[in-house]
Design a protein around this ligand. Structure first.
Ligand SMILES: Cc1cc2nc3c(=O)[nH]c(=O)nc-3n(C[C@H](O)[C@H](O)[C@H](O)COP(=O)(O)OP(=O)(O)OC[C@H]3O[C@@H](n4cnc5c(N)ncnc54)[C@H](O)[C@@H]3O)c2cc1C
Length: 432
C-alpha cells in the first residue's frame, strides 16, 4: 500500500473545506463498491449516481484526490498518453476516433459538471499550447495533419511571432494551439465530484484502504482494517497507487513519478513571462508543463522517473528546467513542490472494462488522465447501469505483466534514452 499521508501541495493549501468522509467500520452489503477516490473512481461514482443507481459505495485510502488526480498539472485536454498516430495504427481509424472522441466528451463533462454542481475548481477556458522545443516544424505539421485527417480535430498553427508575443521565451520555435481545452484546480474538482456523488446517495469513505479482495459466491468480499463489505460488483480505480491486493492488476502497472512546483505570486512579473491564460507543454519526450494560476503564481511541472523524489529534490530539478525557459525568473521564490505517481501500462493506454464477472477496472491513464478518466468512468457506469458495451473498444488493452522489477529498469532506461535523444537534437540545433 502506498503512503496515504496528505501531500503538502499548493492544491491542498487551497482546497475546498469540507467535512471529511468518515472511515468505514463494520459489516456492509452494497451493489457496487468502487475502490479509489481519484478521477477514475469519482467519475464512475457520479456516473452511477446520475443514473439513479442505489447501493454504491466508494472507498479511498487517503483523502479524496490523494493520488495523481489531486496533484496534477490540471490540463484537461483531448487524447491519451499514447499518441494519436500510434492509437490509429493499433486500433484502426474508426475505433481510434471513437476512443479519442471519448476524451473530448471527458473535457466537456468537466465543464458541465463544474457548472452543474457549482464546483469551485477555477476552470480556465484558455486552451492548451503545444510548443515546439526544436526548430524542425515537421513534428507539429505531422500531428496537426493526423488530428485533422483522422480525428476531425483542428489544432491551430501558432507561428513563432505570435507565440513569442504570448510566451516570452526564446526556447520555442512555433506551436499548435488546442483552443477547446481548459485547465482546472484538479483537487477541488475531485472534492466537488465526491461531494456531488455523496449528495446523490453514494456512500463515500476516506481513510479506508482496501487490503483484501476475495470471490464470495457470485459477488466479492472486500476488507479494510476495520470493515468488511460484501459487494455484487467491484470497480478497481487505484491508478499508480494500487498496492498488493489485486496482484494481476498490480503486476500490469508501472507507477512513474513526475514533479510539480508552484512559485510565489508573481504580480506584474507574470507579464514578463506570458501574456495568455493557456496551459503550455512542449514537444520533448520529457516535456515541461506549466500554467498561470488564478492568484498570480506559476505552476511548473515536468520530469519522469521511477523513483519518487523529496520535495526539495523536485524543486531543485524543476528550477533548473524553469530557468532554461524563463531566465527572467532567476530569483523567484518557490512556495510548494511535490511529486505524484502516474500508473502506466506497457501499452501507454488505460485498461477499462470487466476483468472477470463482477470485477471491473478503470485505471492506467498514465500522464494524460484528467479528461480520459471522465470517459473511463462514464463507460463503466453506463455498462453497470445500462449494460452498455462501449467499454469493449478498450478490450485490446488487457492487464498483461509490466515485468516488475525489470519493467522499472527498462522504463528508466528507455526514458534516459529518449531524453538523451532530445538532448542530442538540442545539441545538433546548436543549443544547450
Ligand atoms: C504530477 C502529475 C501531473 C499530471 N498532469 C496531468 C495533466 O495536467 N493533465 C492530464 O490529463 N493528466 C495529468 N496527469 C495524469 C493524471 O493526473 C492521471 O492520469 C489521473 O489523475 C489518474 O486518475 P486515477 O483516478 O486513475 O488515479 P489516482 O488519481 O492516482 O487515484 C487513485 C486513488 O486510489 C486510491 N487507492 C489506491 N489503492 C487503494 C486501496 N487499496 N484502497 C483504497 N483506495 C486506494 C489512491 O489513494 C488514489 O487516491 C498528471 C499526473 C501527475 C502525477
Amino acid at each position: 500500500m502506498s503512503d496515504s499521508t496528505p501531500v503538502n501541495s499548493y492544491y491542498r493549501a487551497t482546497a475546498t473545506a469540507y467535512d471529511p468522509f468518515a472511515a468505514l467500520r463494520g459489516r456492509h452489503d452494497v451493489d457496487t463498491l468502487i475502490v479509489g477516490g481519484g478521477f477514475a473512481g469519482l467519475n464512475t461514482a457520479i456516473g452511477l449516481a446520475e443514473r439513479g443507481q442505489q447501493g454504491v459505495m466508494l472507498l479511498e485510502a487517503g483523502e479524496l484526490g490523494h493520488g495523481a488526480s489531486g496533484r496534477n498539472g490540471g490540463f484537461a485536454f483531448g487524447g491519451y498518453s499514447l499518441g494519436e498516430a500510434a492509437l490509429r495504427r493499433s486500433q484502426g481509424p474508426e475505433k481510434a476516433k471513437r476512443m479519442y472522441d471519448g476524451t473530448l466528451w471527458g473535457v466537456d463533462s468537466i465543464r458541465r459538471r463544474a457548472a452543474q454542481y457549482a464546483i469551485p475548481c477555477d476552470p480556465v477556458e484558455g486552451g492548451v499550447i503545444w510548443a515546439n522545443w526544436f526548430r524542425d516544424p515537421e513534428v507539429l505539421r505531422a500531428r496537426q495533419r493526423e488530428l485533422a485527417d483522422h480525428y476531425d480535430v483542428d489544432w491551430r498553427w501558432m507561428p513563432q511571432v505570435e507565440l513569442r508575443q504570448r510566451i516570452h521565451s526564446e526556447r520555442y520555435s512555433d506551436a499548435l494551439y488546442e483552443s477547446s481545452a481548459l485547465h482546472i484546480h484538479p483537487l477541488n474538482y475531485a472534492i466537488g465530484l465526491g461531494r456531488a456523488a455523496a449528495a446523490q446517495g453514494v456512500q463515500v469513505h476516506e481513510r479506508s484502504p482496501v487490503t483484501g479482495l476475495q470471490r464470495d459466491g457470485s459477488g466479492w468480499r472486500v476488507s479494510t482494517a476495520e470493515a468488511e463489505v460484501r459487494a455484487q460488483r467491484v470497480v478497481l480505480a487505484c491508478g499508480g497507487y494500487l498496492g498488493g491486493f489485486a496482484p494481476r492488476l498490480d503486476r500490469s502497472i508501472l507507477p512513474i513519478s513526475t514533479y510539480v512546483m508552484v512559485t510565489e505570486p508573481l504580480g506584474s512579473r507574470m507579464t514578463d513571462i506570458m501574456d495568455i491564460n493557456a496551459a503550455v507543454y512542449d514537444t520533448r519526450f520529457a516535456f515541461d508543463y506549466y500554467r498561470p494560476l488564478k492568484d498570480g503564481r506559476l505552476l511548473w511541472g515536468g520530469r519522469i522517473t521511477v523513483r519518487d523524489p523529496s520535495p526539495g529534490q523536485a524543486k531543485d530539478i524543476l528550477m533548473t528546467d524553469l530557468l532554461r525557459v524563463f531566465p527572467q525568473l532567476r530569483d523567484v521564490g518557490i512556495d510548494y513542490a511535490w511529486s505524484g505517481l502516474m500508473g502506466y501500462s506497457r501499452a501507454q493506454m488505460p485498461q477499462i472494462g470487466e476483468l472477470e464477472p463482477g470485477l471491473w477496472m478503470v485505471h492506467a491513464f498514465g500522464g494524460h488522465g484528467v479528461a480520459p478518466t471522465a470517459w473511463g468512468g462514464e463507460l463503466i457506469a453506463s455498462a453497470i447501469a445500462e449494460g452498455d458495451t462501449r467499454w469493449k473498444d478498450f478490450a485490446g488493452y488487457q492487464p498483461d505483466s509490466a515485468f516488475k522489477p525489470f519493467g522499472f529498469a527498462a522504463a528508466q532506461l528507455s526514458y534516459w534514452w529518449l531524453q538523451t535523444r532530445d538532448a542530442c537534437k538540442d545539441w545538433r540545433e546548436g543549443r544547450r
